[in-house]
Structure formats: structure tokens, C-alpha cells
Design a binder for this molecule. Structure first.
Ligand code: NAD
Length: 370
């Protein structure tokens, strides 16, 4: 992973460190047909399929392709990877003597595959993950894992969980409901925006993030006009791939930490929470990275100052029908204040204490336009 350097310092010296992560991506309508061949090319002998219910047809198709390489299916995918679900899946993977997991679905399916691979010790080479995303969460491009236990979400980074191959088939997300689509795109956009201000941000992640945001916002506008537009669905997957890549190298910061706290402790839905919180964090942080903020703003089709970027994001999400109020997702004022009280963040480009966090969460609670 990239050495954590202060981005401002690195840029002033014209020096930076960027680590490209290994992995192969296969893009294209109909590429689901290539999943078993991709697994075979990795040397996979026994693959387990982890799939969300909504991706059952795709999972059936992959099961048929795998023939004698099929080792079984794991159901019960749940958001934020509850430990009891992960434990159950780990036991099944051990019994099945699998050497690979094929994850088909959104970030929750990929997350469960990562949870199995992270703790797997039976095989010296670990468990290979082949990911087939059906949402735009971007987890398939990252070595980041998450697991929730006792109301608290733990996350970490481990190359063992980075998918070896990702198959992006836009047909699989062609019928993703528009509300789920918009929220998932907001999640991916959050990866792009936050990637420009973390301590590990560098000029390469910046370019990837800006191009990701361009593709995601253009794709979102196109599917809002015609939800089954396959080209637009492809553009969204391309944006999700870039968003995940940016997250993988730049890591997370204030925004994601707040979202994980709200998801893990108060059970808020992951993707929607991003849409409500991102404009408010951007309002605080973007002035500290004005050049990147201007590039992001241009990618959204505008040309404004840093506060304008926050406003553009708010308007994009609001216009797409995603909840921009945490209150609508079930958070109360007391919970927002309690979340702010214990919150601790380091490495943010702007120094934020409890008062600033409370302000961010109160504004996100009521969806105040930046
Ligand atoms: P998800 O996987 O739970 O999917 C959201 C909803 O969409 C679910 O109800 C699912 O059944 C449905 N769905 C998925 N594909 C569908 C399809 N093709 N058609 C119809 N419905 C479909 O959630 P998500 O938003 O994709 O991912 C969120 C999770 O991913 C969170 O747990 C988050 O922490 C994690 N995540 C992890 C990373 C990482 O790098 N580790 C990055 C992003 C997100």
C-alpha cells in the first residue's frame, strides 16, 4: 500500500509514492459468460459462489458454467457483514474445501467473500476472489474489509481480500431499481471525492478520482433519463471501478469514518448515508484542496469554488431522489450528537473537533443545502 505521506508536502516537492495494486478487470455486456474461464485461468479447482438473492439468476448461470469446479453456494448475504453471517460462511467454506470464492452482487456479497478470505488459513495461497459486481459500491477493487459485531463496524486492509479478477457486466445492473442505483452511485462518488483529501492522496489517485466522478455523474444522469440504457450502465460500472481504485490507494478519511460509525452503530443503510453526509463533509474539507476541488467540480459539469462543489453534490443527489437527510434514514438528533461526542479523526486536511462534527451531522440530519 502507498506510504502515508502528507499530500501537500509531497506535491510541493513534486514527489509522491503510488502503489498500483494487482488485479484484472474484464468489461462488457455479456461478460458474465467468461466467469468460469477466468476462474479456470487462475487455476481454481473448487469455487464457492456467494451471491445476493437479487443476483440469483446470474449465480445459477455461473454455477452451470463451473461444472465440476462448483463447490457450493453461500446465501444469507447481509449489509455490513455481521460476524455471525461471516462465521457461518467461513465454516461452509472450510467444509467445502474451496480454493476460490465467486462473489456476485453488491458490496455486501463482495464483503462476505472478503470476510471468508481474510481469515482463511487452510490453503497456503489463500482463497482467490472473483468478483462480479451488480451495484456501484466499488468494493471489488479494494483490499479493504469490514465486519460488524456488537453494533460496531471494524475495517482493515489486507491484500489477501483483494479480488484477483473482476468481471463487470452492465447487463447485471440493467434492472437495478433507480433508487438503489442512485444511492449506490452516491457511495462511489464519495470514494472519488474523499480520495483527493486523504493523507495518502497523490496525483494519480486524483486523476482516477476525477475521471471516476465524471463517468459516475454522466452515467447517473443518463440512467435517470432511461434506466435500462446499457451504455449508461457500463459507464457507471467504469466509474465504480475507478472509484474503488481511488479508494484502494487513497484510503478513507473523515467522510467514510462517519458513515461507518452511523452504519455500524445506528444501522443506517450504507449507500444512502453517503449521499447525506458527503456534501456536508465536502463543505468543510474542499476549501483545503482547492485545485482538486475545482477539477472535481468541472467533472460534475460546473466550474465553481470549493463550497460550490459541495452544493453540486447535494443537488446531484437530491435531484436523483436519494435521501439527503439522515433523519429520513432513521437517525435522531440525540444519536447525531452522541456520534459527534465520541468521534475522533486524524489526518483530515482541516482540523475538526466535536463542534465541527456535530455541525456536519446536524446539517446532514436535516439535509441543509451547502
Ligand atoms: P448491497 O450489496 O447490500 O446492495 C444493495 C441492495 O441492492 C441490496 O438490497 C441488494 O439485494 C440489491 N441489489 C444488488 N444488486 C442488484 C441487482 N442487480 N438488481 C436488483 N437489486 C440488486 O449494498 P451496496 O450498496 O452494493 O454495498 C454496501 C456494502 O459494501 C456496505 O457494507 C459497505 O460497507 C460495503 N463497501 C465496502 C467497500 C470496501 O472497499 N470494502 C467499498 C464500498 C462499499
Amino acid at each position: 500500500m502507498p506510504r502515508p505521506v502528507d499530500s501537500a508536502e509531497a506535491l510541493s516537492q513534486g514527489a509522491f509514492v503510488h502503489t498500483f495494486l494487482p488485479g484484472r478487470v474484464v468489461f462488457g455486456a455479456g461478460s458474465l459468460e467468461r466467469v468460469a474461464d477466468e476462474a479456470a485461468a487462475l487455476g481454481v479447482r473448487r469455487a464457492l459462489i456467494v451471491a445476493t438473492n437479487s443476483a440469483r439468476d446470474a449465480a445459477d448461470a455461473v454455477e452451470a458454467q463451473l461444472k465440476d469446479r462448483f463447490a457450493g453456494r453461500i446465501d444469507g448475504v447481509a449489509q455490513h457483514v455481521p460476524t455471525e453471517v461471516a462465521e457461518n460462511a467461513r465454516t461452509k467454506a472450510g467444509v467445502a474445501e474451496a480454493d476460490a470464492i465467486i462473489a456476485i452482487g453488491g458490496g455486501s456479497a463482495v464483503g462476505l467473500a472478503k470476510a471468508i478470505a481474510r481469515t482463511h488459513t487452510r490453503r497456503p495461497g489463500g482463497l482467490a476472489i472473483v468478483a462480479v459486481p451488480t451495484t456501484y459500491a466499488g468494493s471489488e477493487m479494494t483490499p479493504v474489509w469490514g465486519e460488524t459485531s456488537g453494533g460496531s463496524k471494524s475495517t482493515g486492509t489486507d491484500l489477501k481480500v483483494l479480488p484477483r479478477v473482476v468481471v463487470y457486466d452492465p447487463v447485471l445492473s440493467q434492472h437495478l431499481p433507480i433508487t438503489v442505483t442512485a444511492a449506490s452511485v452516491a457511495n462511489a462518488i464519495a470514494h472519488c471525492v474523499e480520495a483527493v483529501w486523504t493523507p495518502k492522496a497523490d496525483p494519480i489517485t486524483d486523476i482516477v478520482a476525477v475521471e471516476g466522478l465524471r463517468a459516475l455523474s454522466a452515467g447517473l444522469r443518463a440512467v435517470l433519463a432511461e434506466s435500462e440504457d446499457l451504455d449508461a450502465r457500463g459507464k457507471l460500472l467504469y466509474g465504480a471501478c475507478l472509484a474503488g481504485s481511488a479508494l484502494a490507494t487513497a484510503g478513507t478519511g473523515l467522510h467514510h469514518k462517519l458513515c461507518h460509525l452511523l452504519g455500524g452503530t445506528y444501522g443506517l443503510p450504507h449507500a444512502e448515508t453517503h449521499a447525506a453526509v458527503l456534501p456536508q463533509v465536502t463543505r468543510i474539507n474542499a476549501p483545503a484542496v482547492p485545485e482538486s476541488a475545482a477539477r472535481l467540480s468541472a467533472a460534475l459539469g460546473g466550474s465553481t469554488d470549493a463550497v460550490g462543489l459541495a452544493r453540486q453534490l447535494f443537488d446531484l443527489f437530491d435531484g436523483a431522489g436519494v435521501a439527503v437527510k439522515l433523519r429520513e434514514l432513521g437517525l435522531t438528533e440525540e444519536q447525531a450528537d452522541a456520534a459527534a461526542a465520541g468521534f475522533d479523526v486524524t489526518g483530515n486536511p482541516v482540523v475538526v473537533g466535536e463542534d465541527e462534527i456535530r455541525e456536519i451531522l446536524r446539517r446532514a440530519l436535516d439535509g441543509v443545502r451547502p
